[in-house]
Design a protein around this ligand. Structure first.
Ligand code: 89Y
Length: 339
């Protein structure tokens, strides 16, 4: 099968790593990049040997022969670009968070479904090496039915330095990081039946919440807490952007802890093994665990684009988006949400 041809929409922080990820996966070629500030597209195109750049998305779509588009712009532009692709029946890969609100996300996914246009979300967190391994541990049943779990992504890392726009978001940590962690919670424990959330803003110069605590009942059996924080405070166990997970089961417990150690405790004792991510020369070492997860995520999406099965379809991701916005609803009302 010939390599699939795609255009990248957006040339910001994540575009560079997603392009490197596609190149690593193989089987597809980026033939054009759109960015309103075309100089940014040109600089990315130079680095990756991409032939064409555009400041006008419609012109790009008119001129280029494409098999799909990969949208990596700010969240407000996802929907119009999805609509443009839909008009041309062009499959779409879209960055998380899918949309600025649930209604828009539902419309995007719904119209692609009814228009018969394949739609995938570049939701990479669940593809992190140790998280895939933890899922395998849970699936063996060796710790029994998980009755409670805690997922922590608590970091003092100055995340706004690399991604200044995050400081301007009215809804920050739940959309930026909650999208990932709530998706991992679904991946590990199933769908949520109820949710309660408290948000806080504990930094002065940002618009949105930078701390959130989400409590869910999931999969009919597990009570799950998701703790999120970017408070720029000193932490002894600082290790941005690693996720810590602790799962209690009827027959034991499993822990994903600092530096990719997984510790599984049963009546036979504790077995500890490290599951570090692969190292890619193009990845920023400060983001290794996340950047490396782009590769299996995109490999899986490519399978989907070729007609196979992919995990992070629009339909699937909509369930994560519902949890994100239910968290805001709960935080605003002070009440639990049931699904
Ligand atoms: O934007 C975020 C993402 O998707 O991964 C980590 C991040 O860069 C900061 O939270």
């Amino acid at each position: 099968m010939a390599n699939l041809r795609f255009a990248m929409f957006g040339a910001g922080f994540w575009a560079r790593y997603q392009l490197a990820g596609w190149r690593e996966v193989g089987g597809c070629d980026c033939v054009a990049i759109f960015n309103r500030t075309v100089s940014k597209a040109q600089s990315l195109a130079r680095d990756f040997g991409v032939a064409a750049t555009y400041a006008d998305p419609e012109e790009l779509l008119q001129r280029e022969k494409l098999d799909f588009i990969d949208i990596v712009t700010d969240v407000d532009h996802h929907e119009p670009f999805v609509r443009m692709a839909l008009n041309r029946k062009l499959p779409v890969v879209c960055q998380k968070p899918l949309a600025p609100n649930l209604k828009t996300a539902e419309a995007m996914v719904g119209s692609c479904l009814s228009g018969g246009v394949p739609f995938f979300v570049n939701e990479n967190w669940r593809w992190q090496t140790p998280i895939r391994q933890l899922k395998k541990v849970l699936d063996t049943g060796e710790i029994g039915v998980p009755f409670r779990a805690r997922l922590d992504m608590i970091s003092g890392f100055p995340v706004f330095r690399n991604q200044p726009f995050l400081a301007q978001l009215e809804q920050f940590i739940l959309t930026d990081l909650g999208s990932h962690l709530l998706d991992v919670a679904r991946f590990l424990f199933g769908e949520a039946e109820s949710l309660y959330c408290v948000t806080q803003r504990v930094l002065p110069n940002i618009k949105g919440e930078n701390v959130a605590t989400v409590l869910m009942r999931m999969g009919g059996k597990t009570v799950v807490t998701v703790n999120l924080a970017y408070a720029e405070n000193p932490l002894e166990r600082e290790c941005f952007p690693q996720t810590f997970i602790f799962v209690e089961g009827a027959k034991g417990s499993a822990e994903l802890t600092k530096d990719y150690w997984i510790r599984v405790t049963t009546e036979n004792g504790t077995l500890a093994k490290r599951y570090p991510p692969p190292r890619f020369s193009w990845a920023d070492p400060a983001y290794d665990i996340v950047h490396s997860s782009i590769v299996p995520c995109q490999a899986n999406i490519l399978e989907g684009l070729k007609g196979g099965k992919a995990e992070t379809t629009g339909e699937d991701n909509l369930k994560t988006v519902r949890l994100v916005f239910a968290s805001y609803d709960s935080a605003a009302s002070g009440k639990a949400v049931t699904f």
